[in-house]
Design a protein. Structure first.
Length: 661
């Protein structure tokens, strides 16, 4: 319920308005000169303007998450200044709803009468208030309470709102002042550690970091854990900070590396802050924190963009702390300094090793190396190979000028290069000079030159010399050989061109021959086709002739054989008639394809015996049928086996002759 003016409201005397405005002007002056007194004056002005029971300035404490009392005017004796459970009006009307002001003429008619402990405890009836803002966001309120129900005039409400805005200005000034002081402290801390990092190249810098950060941030403990990525473990720094002192031995907090946030820190390279250790849910982490009585901690990665070198741990054994973004940025910048210092140690070590290696390479190099000061025109350093190549000792060379070793032609080239360099013309880093050794021999040297500068001034050069006399001679011989080879190539090319021309002619001739052969081949194909037709015709005629012979034999001879068989022949005649019939059937039937050709080599008697053997006749039967002796039949048998290639072979003659039918 909110009323700015209604009957029964306490009157606001307009004749005092000029005095109120003067008081507001004085309040503004007070804000500029003394912000702390300005808060008390603002509370007093608000209470007098509204004519209430007391005024209070409350704000939201981020640490405890509750509304607490910043200050007040005419507060009751038992009014709780901290850890207030009340403050619902401030929270709901301003921090949640975002109102410009709130007015309640009778709190008994609101829900706050039963939910706000301050209202219940002090029997409060009326309320007028406005928000205290910081950066456009409500962080608290200015409120005037009264123990009697009443209405407030609009001017009173607006006056309270104006005073609240002035308190917002005071809060902003205090915040800026605190921020400037923190920034100053952070800058001083950063500069101190930066200067120490530049001046120190040993572990005293780390001890200084622990001590300085521990003092500056009022820490209970601080330690450094170095990350070993190859073994996946953390090693504690030799010393750590505890209770205001540097203590030797860092294993007390080495188990910090096993906390679950460390894995995230290594992965994303971002700090991890735990405001309240009691909120940790990981059992192992919680046990470690309780064992070491750590109530709050901050883990900072010591890293650059690529590598995490370790962790800087800040711990509190009592209470809690919230780290502002600016403070974290400063600490992360300090971690960057420590990472650079760590890299610097490694670079210094590598630089020392590199210098030793360079000196070793300078002395043991198989090529001549020297350093020359162009301002004085003298050798500065020469290696042993340079001495052996020129024949001079190191002392003699250091007393000489480089041009003293050159032939007149090379000396002119050197002077021309120096003149070009003085005029700013570009020079090649590689040049060849002729050297005259101490014994008077002339050697060619290939000089690789790297100029040494101080700003824009070239004061000297590092020179590597390769003796290339043998190479020069080899190049000349190679050039002569190349010329001879080119002449041979030209001659060979000419011969190849002639051979190629002949080859083209031969190819053309063979192409013509191939054309003729193709024509002849086509003609032969036509002749073969005609020949094949003639052969097919001849075979047909032969088969037709054979068929006619068979028909004639059957039609012309068979009837007479039948009549002869019926004429009453004796047994011998009957056998002869059977043989005649059998032979006629042989002629009429199919011939023996394979054997027929071989029959041409048989005599007539052998042919008769072969036919009878094929019919299964014995030697005795053949002797009687052919009217010859058995010995003659055996002689025919042996002759047949010999002509058929079956002599001395275990092959049955009847089976062989039958298989060839």
């Amino acid at each position: 319920m909110s009323d700015l003016a209604r009957p029964g409201a306490t009157p606001f005397h307009w004749m005092d308005s000029e005095a109120v405005l003067q008081d507001l002007a004085g309040l503004i002056d007070c804000i500029e000169s003394n912000p702390e007194q300005a808060v008390a004056a603002a509370l007093r002005h608000a209470l007098e303007a509204v004519q209430g029971k007391f005024s209070v300035y409350s704000h939201f404490d981020v640490e405890c998450g509750r509304i607490v009392t910043h200050s007040g005017c005419r507060l009751p004796e038992n009014f709780r200044h901290s850890d207030r459970l009340a403050g619902r009006i401030c929270h709901e009307e301003f921090m949640v709803s975002g109102k410009k002001w709130a007015v309640f003429s009778d709190l008994d008619q609101t829900a706050y009468a039963t939910s706000d402990q301050d209202i219940i405890r002090h029997h409060l009836k009326a309320y007028v208030g406005a928000p205290i803002c910081l950066a456009g966001r409500a962080i608290g309120s200015l409120a005037v309470f009264d123990d009697r129900a009443r209405n407030f005039e609009e001017v009173q409400v607006r006056l309270v709102s104006s005073i609240a805005r002035l308190l917002s200005l005071v809060t902003e000034l205090q915040r800026l002042k605190s921020q400037l002081q923190r920034r100053k402290n952070n800058n001083e801390l950063f500069l101190a550690l930066s200067a120490k990092a530049i001046a120190s190249r040993d572990n005293s810098f780390l001890d200084f970091c622990l001590q300085t950060i521990g003092h500056a941030l009022n820490l209970d403990a601080a330690c450094i854990l170095w990350h070993d990525p190859e073994r996946g473990i953390f090693n504690a720094h030799d010393q750590h900070w505890k209770s205001g002192n540097i203590i030797r031995g860092g294993k007390t907090y080495s188990d910090l590396a096993h906390l679950f946030p460390v894995r995230e820190l290594i992965k994303n390279k971002q700090p991890y802050h735990c405001n309240d250790a009691g909120l940790i849910t990981d059992a192992g982490t919680r046990h470690f924190l309780q064992q070491n009585t750590i109530t709050s901690f901050l883990l900072l990665p010591i890293c650059n963009q690529q590598t995490v070198y370790g962790i800087f741990a800040l711990c509190l054994h009592a209470g809690s702390r919230r780290w502002e973004e600016e403070g974290l940025d400063t600490l992360m910048a300090i971690m960057g300094i420590i990472a650079q210092w760590k890299e610097g140690l490694a670079i210094s070590h590598e630089l020392g090793e590199s210098q030793a290696l360079i000196y070793q390479l300078f002395q043991l190099s198989p090529t001549s190396i020297y350093q020359v000061d162009l301002r004085g025109g003298r050798f500065v350093k020469v290696n042993e190979v340079m001495c052996r190549a020129t024949g001079y000792s190191e002392e003699e060379l250091l007393a000489m000028r480089p041009e003293d070793l050159l032939t007149p032609g090379s000396r002119e080239l050197l002077h021309q290069r120096l003149a070009d360099m003085a005029e700013g013309r570009p020079l090649s880093d590689n040049v060849e000079f002729q050297i005259r050794t101490k014994s008077g021999e002339i050697e060619w040297g290939h000089f690789h030159i790297r100029h040494l500068c101080a700003g824009d001034l070239i004061w000297g050069a590092n020179v590597v010399v390769h003796l290339v006399t043998e190479q020069k001679r080899a190049y000349e011989e190679l050039a002569n050989y190349r010329r001879r080879l080119e002449a041979l190539v030209e001659e060979r090319t000419r011969e190849l061109m002639e051979a190629n021309l002949k080859l083209h002619e031969e190819v053309a001739r063979r192409a013509e021959t191939a054309k003729e052969l193709r024509l002849k081949s086509d003609r032969l194909k036509e002749l073969n086709t005609a020949m094949r037709v003639l052969l097919d015709k001849r075979n047909e005629d032969r088969l037709r002739s054979e068929e006619n012979i068979r028909v004639n034999l059957v039609q012309l001879i068979e009837p007479y054989l039948d009549r002869l068989d019926q004429s009453g022949l004796n047994p011998a005649q009957q056998q002869l008639l059977d043989v005649i019939r059998m032979n006629i059937n042989e002629v009429v039937g199919s011939p023996m394809p394979e054997l027929s050709a071989k029959y041409y080599i048989f005599s007539p008697g052998e042919l008769q015996v072969a036919n009878l053997i094929r019919k299964g006749r014995t030697t005795k039967d053949m002797s009687r049928l052919l009217n010859v002796s058995p010995r003659t039949v055996e002689s025919y048998r042996n002759s047949i086996r010999k002509k058929l290639g079956l002599k001395n072979k275990r092959v049955n003659l009847k089976t062989y002759l039958s298989s060839k039918e």
